[in-house]
Design a protein around this ligand. Sequence first.
Ligand code: GTP
Length: 366
Amino acid sequence: MQEAIILVGGKGTRLRPLTNHTPKPLLGVAGSSFIRHQIAKLMDAGVGHVVFATSYLASLFEEEFKDFSQDLKISYAVEEVPLGTGGAIRNAARLLHGTSPDAPVLILNGDILSGVDLPTLLERHEERAADVTLHLTRVPDPRAFGLVPTDGSGRVLSFLEKPKTPEECVTDQINAGCYVFRRSVLDAIPADREVSVEQETFPQLVAAGRRVYGHTTEEYWRDLGTPLAFVHGSADLVTGRATSSLVGPPSEALIHPTAVVDPTSRVTGGSTIGPHAVIGPHVVVDRSIIGAGVVVAEDARIHESVVDHDSSIGRASLLREVVVGCHAHIGADNELPAQLRLSCGIRIPAQGVRVSGTAAACPTVH
Ligand code: GTP
C-alpha cells in the first residue's frame, strides 16, 4: 500500500489573520479546505494511508476529518513543539504501516497546489533506484527561491541559497515541496531536535553522495503561502487553470447554493462565494474569496482579496489585494489599498480609510 505524509504543522504567518484561528491547510480554497484537495489527489494516485504531521492548532485537523468515511486511513503525528520540516517527517514516519527499508514514501508540503502526476513521480523514483526524488518546477524569476541544479540524468548537483546576482542564477529549477523518500533515508533524519529538510537533510544527502534526483515538470505549480498566491490558487481551481477532482467544470465563479447574489452583481475571475453570504446589487467580486456569512452591500468592489467569514463590507467600498479577518466590519465608502490586512473583529467606520480623496463633507467641526 502506498503511504504518504503531509506536512501541516506550520503557523502560516504570511497568511495572518486568516491563520490566527485556522491552520493554512484548512482554509477554504475553491469550495473545500485545501487539504481535502490534496487528499483527493493522493487518493487518485492510489495512496491508502496518509499521516498528517501536525503541530499548530493540531486538534482542528482531527475535527475536520472526524466524519471522513472514504477509503483512506488517516493518522495524526502531533508535535508538541514544531520540529521543522525534517523533524516533522521523521516524527510522522513512526506511524507509517510499512516496514520495508526500501519502501517509497510520498511527502507533500501542505500548501502547494500542483499539477504534478504523483504516479509518474513514484515511477521515476523507482526507475532510478533513488534515495530521494524531489519534484522540481521552473520559475520565470528564480531570485526569490533556493535553486536546485541537476545534471543531464536528473541527479541533483547541489542546493543553492537564493541567488543574489544574475551569475548565481545557474538554473530556473526550484524545490516544489513534494518528495519521495526511501524509507531508510527518512528514518535516518535525527529525531531529537528541529531539522530543516531543505537546509540540512537534502544538502547533507548530496554531500554524502546519496542518490538524490530531481523530477522537473512544466505543469501548474503554486505555493499558496501568501495572500495573493492564495486567492490566485483558489481562482485557478475554479477557472480550470489548476485542477482538482473536488471542483466541477471550469467556471467564472463558485457560488454556494445557500449564498444570495443579486442578479445585477458580477462575480468573476474564479471567485468563490461561501455559504449564506449575501452579495448586494451592482457589486463586483473579481478573483476573490468571500467567506461564509459575509454581507457585501451595494456598489462595493472586491478584487483579488479574501474576506473571512461573518464580515461585512459597506456600500461602495473598494478592496484590492486586501485580507479581511473574520467578524470584521468595513463601513461604506472605504477604499482599502493593496497589502492591507484587517484583524478579526475590527470595525472601520464609513469613509475611514481612503487612498484617494473624497467629495463627501468632513464630519469634524474645525
Ligand atoms: P509561514 O509562517 O507563512 O512561512 O508558513 P508555514 O508555517 O506554513 O511555513 P512554510 O510555508 O515554510 O512551511 C512549508 C510546509 O511545511 C507547510 O506545509 C507547513 O505546514 C509545514 N511545516 C513547516 N514547519 C513545520 C513544522 O515544524 N512541523 C510540521 N509538522 N510542519 C511544518
